[in-house]
Design a protein around this ligand. Structure first.
Ligand code: ATP
Ligand code: MG
Length: 460
């Protein structure tokens, strides 16, 4: 067991200046939470959380630019030299009536009391300002040194107060690569239902941090083990044990977790990471025995896309991020080979969207890693990228707006506005996708007059 010798941190100048202002008004202030934890770990933390003896209204009198960001919880944000610093008055939370939020806030007398309400020992360390001397009543430094997540006090009681702490513990395990203390793990396992009353918005924030971490599978496997996956992501739980002999080494859940880890390791976008996690969620539903002991999963990408939409809607993601992820899931099964015609390549780009191609290729890399757990050479993917480049260099006409004619041009030839015009424009686009040379005003008007059918026009 290693014990940390650090009893002082180097306080940035900005915080020393701020604390001097608090001091001239007779107020104490400490740096707390993730910033202290991360400084002790030797890593950067982007935001500063302070705890102070000053009440919110006093802070608003002391500083000229203060925003009451969480006044109900005793929190305000000081704007100082272009920085935002959250300050929370020492708190001693009241009873948690429903496992969601404290029933009332009670201000605490001093920093020790304030630290006692915090979730984990590593998050219950304060650094006195301006000197940076450490106050660590729960041996958080020792737990940081030993890479260990442990509750302040009795785990079962602390989780009963706020069920979100269970998910926070797993999130920190993924982010910091720390182990979870057995007492805490058992407390979650014994009562995973504690998460049920927690609002979906709070669950989502933690889930996002898991997905953004370097290794989401750490938290997700803990979620499975503790029963939280069954409650929060039952659709993924159903993928456990779904074998895919013939294609993959792993069952569907392990495959998805490996794909998601690969996406995280390569710092792919959030939508790609989520798509990697959910892209095969439709396999349990579509699995059918095929020839010679091999399972088939026809159209699983369509079912997976529906399931992804349902999960992300339940987790209250924005429509834009739902649409982006669902689109990737739906399109993840493209199967390029060099016999594809140019028009097939153009049609693929039109359907996938040029702006999504990089994400789809990233997803394919993650998917392919998830099949074996090894980085496979993806020559065909490189060929496909080259092919798309050369095909688009010849013609970028992929949608109605790229056509050399528009509705007005067609109206002038006597085609009335309405359904028929829509039909003809779509036929013109199909003709141009097959043969980009047709994309001139003259040729397209000729086809339009012939009824929108390039074949019948050519043969007359
Ligand atoms: P990060 O900012 O990287 O997510 P953090 O530790 O700063 O990590 P926050 O969610 O910003 O986490 O919370 C700041 C601090 O507030 C925590 O370090 C912890 O001391 C306390 N805290 C936050 N949420 C809870 C909770 N649900 N129960 C008890 N204490 C909490
Ligand atoms: Mg924080």
């Amino acid at each position: 067991m290693r014990v940390s010798k650090i009893d002082k941190i180097a306080v940035p100048r900005l915080l020393r200046e701020l604390s001097a202002i608090f001091k001239t008004h007779g107020k104490q202030v400490f740096l707390v939470g993730g910033a202290v934890r991360d400084m002790l770990r030797g890593t950067q933390h982007i935001d500063w959380d302070l705890a102070s003896s000053a009440r919110p209204e006093e802070i608003m009198r002391i500083f000229p630019n203060v925003i009451p960001t969480g006044i109900k919880h005793g929190t305000v944000t000081i704007r100082y030299k272009k920085h935002s610093i959250e300050v929370t008055t020492y708190r001693k939370d009241g009873d948690y009536v429903d496992g969601r939020h404290p029933d009332s806030i009670e201000y605490a007398a001093g920093i020790e009391d304030d630290l006692s309400r915090r979730d984990f020992t590593m998050n219950a360390i304060a650094a006195e300002l301006p000197g940076g001397h450490i106050i660590d009543p729960y041996h958080g430094r020792m737990d940081i040194e030993n890479e260990f997540i442990r509750c302040v006090g009795k785990a079962a009681d602390r989780l009963n107060e706020d069920g979100l702490r269970a998910l926070r513990a797993l999130r920190f395990a993924s982010q910091l690569n720390f182990d979870i203390d057995n007492e805490l793990l058992h407390a979650i396992q014994n009562n995973p239902e504690m998460i049920i009353p927690v609002s979906m918005e709070r669950v989502r924030l933690e889930f996002d941090k898991i997905i953004a971490s370097g290794r989401p599978s750490t938290a997700l496997l803990y979620m499975e083990k503790c029963g939280l996956m069954q409650l929060i992501l039952p659709e993924l739980m159903r993928c456990r044990g779904v074998e895919q002999k013939g294609y993959h080494r792993f069952d569907v859940l392990t495959h998805c977790l490996l794909a998601c880890d690969y996406a995280a390791r390569n710092k792919y976008k959030q939508s790609v990471r989520l798509a990697a996690l959910f892209h095969d969620a439709g396999k349990p539903e579509t699995a059918k025995p095929g020839a010679s002991d091999v399972w088939t999963f026809y159209n699983h990408e369509i079912v997976s896309a529906d399931i992804t939409r349902a999960i992300m809607t339940r987790l209250r993601y924005s429509n834009a991020s739902i649409d982006a992820t669902v689109h990737l899931v739906k399109e993840h099964m493209f199967n390029y080979d060099d016999v594809w015609s140019e028009s097939a390549v153009r049609r693929f780009v039109r359907r996938a969207g040029e702006e999504n191609l990089q994400d789809l290729f990233d997803l394919r890399r993650a998917d392919s890693f998830g099949m074996t757990g090894f980085e496979a050479p993806l020559d065909l993917l490189f060929d496909f990228q080259d092919r798309i480049k050369s095909t688009l260099a010849k013609s970028r006409a992929l949608s109605l707006k790229d056509l050399a004619v528009n509705g007005n041009d067609l109206m002038r030839t006597g085609i009335p506005c309405g359904k028929r015009m829509g039909f003809i424009l779509r036929r013109l686009l199909e003709a141009v996708l097959d043969d980009p040379e047709l994309n001139t005003k003259e040729k397209l008007l000729e086809i339009a007059i012939a009824g929108g059918d390039s074949q019948s026009m050519m043969s007359t």
